[in-house]
Design a protein. Structure first.
Length: 122
């Protein structure tokens, strides 16, 4: 089984995530700070990207209550306006669980997350 999903990072996504998470780090919401850091403006919270990655798996697999574990390495910034692609494939099925590997890239084909895995209960 495999799946593909896309998410566009709208210009308010970092504000929405900051409000939900309580993480108001200026790197994510202040254009001047993002510019000074070399990103050309604010960047999306890594955990928001990771949450979208897990969400893409649960949409393909089913019930989000069946999430057993997830993990990833953050390997590239996500800028406001980016379009992210989540391509997942079954890596392993055993003991009543399915583990997916998820390839996460932006519109320029830059790898955003590495070693992205989600294990779901069957």
């Amino acid at each position: 089984m495999s799946f593909e999903e896309k998410q566009r990072v709208d210009r308010y996504r970092a504000f929405y995530y900051a409000a939900a998470s309580g993480d108001f780090n200026p790197l994510h919401i202040d254009p001047a700070v993002g510019e000074k850091a070399g990103f050309g403006g604010p960047i999306l919270h890594g955990l928001c990207t990771a949450a979208w990655m897990v969400d893409s798996v649960t949409r393909a697999h089913g019930d989000p209550r069946k999430i057993k574990s997830m993990g990833c390495r953050f390997s590239g910034p996500v800028r406001l306006g980016d379009e992210l692609s989540f391509v997942g494939t079954v890596m392993e099925q055993s003991d009543g669980q399915t583990t997916y590997t998820v390839d996460v890239k932006n519109q320029a084909d830059d790898q955003i997350l590495r070693k992205a895995l989600v294990t779901m209960e069957d």
